[in-house]
Design a protein around this ligand. Structure first.
Ligand code: CO8
Length: 263
């Protein structure tokens, strides 16, 4: 599929998707979501890709939400279909078997914040602004924001953001745990890629197991979560990567992870 609304690049085992509608501050329209979905198909099919980074084109914005000019034309059914399409894609991002990092380079509003929230963690530039301003449009977040934001920063802070629609700057987002780290605008991508490269050297099987154990464990009680970890640990022990990593330590050499499940 040719991409008009995103830029999709792969280098050194790291895929980067850049939302590319800078004139509309990279707002999400239906076509962009279709292109994103096709790019995720390619990523899932490519064994060599180990990390995905999401960012926005231009100096000003990651994603300023769903495209309001498109939203304004929707009837109830179209609204439902658009919300479902967005939720499916955002859930796919969350469940992607490789780590996903959001490099938020400006506004991350509405669907843009929700996209970032589905990533495994968020790095931000010092000019980034986060918010769920849907309430000011007479609607509510429709891409999982009412669910993921409270799980990340607590229901009281999430409700304050959702009820007021207020935007919060990167420094505050870092303080409340929405963002892992804040960098200057110029260094955001390089710093993100340093982390992405470090992750890309790790075993694909263990990265997938770790991501699934954390994600699946968040929705269950501790005992069930620990059982999820036991099962995920066993998969790693049975994998080539598990053997390679432990043997490399004993042999005092760097491991060469292949990402195969063969024991
Ligand atoms: N959709 C469409 N166009 C947009 C959007 C958007 N979300 N955001 C900005 N733009 C456009 C502007 O219209 C403007 O276009 P033009 O130059 O043609 O007039 C251009 O981008 C630049 O924007 P501004 O001139 O407004 O730039 P400012 O720096 O003055 O302001 C803001 C930047 C504060 C980001 C401002 O543009 C803004 O408030 N944008 C809207 C943010 C927003 O409300 N986002 C939430 C949208 S709703 C949503 O995401 C719901 C998701 C779930 C949907 C479920 C569906 C059913």
């Amino acid at each position: 599929m040719t991409h008009e609304n995103i830029i999709f690049e792969v280098a050194e085992g790291i895929a980067t998707i850049t939302f590319n509608r800078p004139k509309a501050l990279n707002a999400l329209n239906g076509q962009l979501l279709d292109e994103l979905s096709a790019a995720l198909d390619e990523i899932e099919a490519d064994e060599e890709i180990r990390v995905l980074v999401l960012t926005g084109a231009g100096e000003k914005s990651f994603v300023a939400g769903a495209d309001i000019t498109e939203l304004a034309t929707f009837n109830t059914l179209q609204g439902k279909l658009f919300s479902r399409k967005g939720q499916l894609i955002i859930t796919r991002l969350q469940e992607l078997p490789i780590p996903v990092i959001a490099a938020v380079n400006g506004f991350a509003l509405g669907g843009g914040s929700e996209m970032a929230l589905a990533c495994d963690f968020i790095y931000a530039s010092d000019n980034a602004m986060f918010g769920l301003p849907e309430i000011t449009l007479g609607i509510i977040p429709g891409f999982g924001g009412t669910q993921r934001l409270p799980r990340l920063i607590g229901s009281n802070r999430a409700k304050e953001m959702i009820f007021t629609g207020k935007l919060i700057p990167a420094a505050e987002a870092e303080k409340i745990g929405l963002v892992n780290r804040v960098f200057s605008r110029e260094s955001l991508m390089e710093e993100t890629l340093i982390t992405a490269r470090a992750i890309a050297t790790k075993g694909k099987v263990s990265l997938r197991a770790a991501k699934q154990a954390v994600n699946n464990g968040l929705n269950v009680d501790l005992a069930t979560g620990c059982q999820i970890e036991v099962d995920a640990f066993a998969i790693c022990m049975a994998s080539e990567d598990g053997k390679e990593g432990t043997h490399a330590f004993i042999e005092k050499r760097k491991p060469q992870f292949k990402g195969s499940l063969k024991g």
